[in-house]
Design a protein around this ligand. Structure first.
Ligand SMILES: [Zn+2]
Length: 281
């Protein structure tokens, strides 16, 4: 491959060109059309304002729907080439109490997982991040601070937050993240251009168990396994983990149930970068 061709097809982790989705292109066209209509005939202002408001509502709704691809590409399942594999993704860590137990459980099942770590937590517990990597798992970007107003942040603030986590996690884990997951999965239209510039790909999930809010591990496992199939991307949490009636983090029993179900079905667990990165370059 010559260098000109390489420039056309970015390798995983390289910056790539942002292309607006039809929804974003449509919203931009509505704004431009409203300006033209107002200039030609100021009396059209109610229509122009209505169009602009409707397009903003559509963009906001798309950002509140974590699994939507309306604001940019979004991995919700593994690609077909993954065959009989599934991906377990574990968010909001590292946590000094829960993450080591999650790692032992994964080892006991010879399973691999993708940890979407928070930069500040990784900085506070770097040894745990090193342990995640040493045991064969992948560390990806879940923002530097996991702020609840992340989706209300403008392009500069988003870039600061994501770039800080890229630097933190890259330094500690020894490899820069290739995937980003938004706090609570909530986004806005400025996110995808930032991810393109930083060479990151958005990943959400096929199903989640709501294990930060539900203290019943069996219910969390049922949610995760309802429709369980090859190429699933499942979401659990080692940080912010809810506890059951005995004070046990529900992620442990729920993850155990998922790993047993995967073994019964003959599914292998892979990291997102193992399954998807070869498709990106
Ligand atoms: Zn999170």
């Amino acid at each position: 491959m010559n260098s000109a061709m390489r420039a056309v097809v970015p390798a995983p982790g390289d910056p790539r060109r942002w292309r607006p989705t039809p929804l974003i292109g449509g919203a931009a066209a509505v704004h431009a059309g409203a300006l033209v209509a107002l200039a030609a005939s100021p009396a059209t202002w109610p229509w122009a304002a209505g169009g602009v408001i409707a397009s903003h509502l559509a963009l906001t709704a798309a950002g509140l729907w974590p699994r939507s691809a309306l604001l940019g590409h979004n991995w919700t399942t593994l690609p077909e080439s993954a065959g009989a594999c599934i991906a377990i993704t574990i968010d909001d860590g590292p946590d000094p109490e829960v993450t080591p137990r999650v790692l032992d459980l994964l080892d006991a099942h010879r399973a691999r997982a993708t940890f979407f770590c928070i930069g500040e937590r990784a900085r506070a517990h770097p040894r745990i991040v090193e342990e995640i990597v040493a045991r064969g798992h992948a560390v990806e970007n879940h923002s530097q601070r996991h702020r609840h107003d992340f989706s209300l942040t403008g392009p500069r603030g988003l870039r600061r937050e994501i770039e800080a986590a890229q630097t933190t996690l890259g330094e500690i884990a020894g490899a820069r993240p290739l995937f980003f997951r938004a706090p609570a999965g909530l986004r806005n239209p400025f996110l995808e251009p930032v991810l393109c510039a930083l060479g990151l790909h958005l990943a959400s999930w096929t199903r989640r168990g709501f294990d930060t809010r539900t203290g019943d591990a069996a219910l969390v496992a049922r949610r995760l396994l309802n429709g369980f199939a090859a190429r699933d991307i499942l979401l659990l949490h080692d940080g912010h983990a809810a506890q059951d009636a005995h004070g046990e983090p529900v992620v442990l029993a729920a993850l155990g149930a998922v790993l047993r179900a995967a073994a019964e079905r003959g599914f292998e667990t892979v990291t997102l970068r193992e399954a998807i990165a070869p498709k990106l370059g």
